[in-house]
Design a protein around this ligand. Structure first.
Ligand code: URA
Length: 230
């Protein structure tokens, strides 16, 4: 699409106003001022108008590198939420596709698309979630075997589904699970007599946390990332 079409739609301007805005040097594409209204854009660039990120109306799909100490919720009466990391124009109608505990860090997906969110989080989708888990005590072979085969969580009767474990160091594993039970990873480690001291989500399905995102930063998902859940 042309830049003037993008600005007209994202800033709610007429095409004529958008062309004036662009020619006045108020629009940047990936940090560079662009004064040509006909410049083609894909929508994946960072396009700013008076230094504010512009987005087209329609569904939004974001990944966020969640820092600790923020609640994964759209509103919370008592605590700061991850929404505070996003500019106001992006927050409207966003939902979180797979929450993380307040002290858990890493990949959080947010979207306005309810069906897509359902595909990410539905238990039937068996979508994989990969966590880097740091524990208090060394991880024994018996723990690895029990966790990979499935463990019974406190106050539950059905064992967890088979999981994939990769030992990273004496007290660190990469754990991939397909379920999303309440505090699942912490309770799995507790079930084998260990204790999680740090938890970081690296991947959901085929979408990995972008290493370019510092804690608290976010970006739009690419079309391939969005399509990977279809
Ligand atoms: N499992 C947990 O225990 N906590 C999380 O935040 C995510 C998975």
């Amino acid at each position: 699409m042309r830049l003037d079409y993008f600005i007209a739609n994202s800033a709610n301007q007429s095409r004529k106003e958008a062309r004036r805005t662009i020619m006045a040097g108020r629009v940047t594409i990936d940090g560079t001022v662009c004064k040509k209204a006909a410049t083609p854009v894909s929508g994946h660039e960072t396009i700013q108008f008076d230094a504010r990120d512009m987005i087209l109306p329609g569904e939004r799909y974001l990944m966020l590198n969640k820092p600790a100490d923020l609640v994964s919720a759209t509103t919370d009466d008592d605590n700061a939420t991850v929404m505070e990391l996003l500019p106001p124009e992006l927050r409207r109608n966003l939902r979180i596709a797979g929450r993380l505990d307040r002290d858990t860090t890493g990949l959080l997906l947010l979207t306005t698309d309810g069906q897509w969110s359902h595909r990410v989080t539905s238990p039937n989708a068996l979508c994989t979630k990969t966590y880097r888990v740091t524990v208090a005590d060394p991880i024994t072979d018996a723990m690895v075997q029990a966790l990979s085969e499935g463990v019974t969580l406190k106050r539950e009767s059905k064992p967890t589904a088979a999981a994939h474990l990769e030992r990273l160091s004496a007290k660190e594993v990469r754990l991939t699970i397909t379920e999303g039970r309440y505090h699942q990873v912490k309770r799995m480690l507790a079930a084998v007599g260990n204790h999680v001291v740090a938890l970081h989500r690296e991947q959901i399905g085929e979408v990995s946390l972008d290493p370019a995102l510092a804690p608290g930063e976010f970006r739009a998902l690419t079309e391939a990332e969005i399509g990977s859940f279809r």
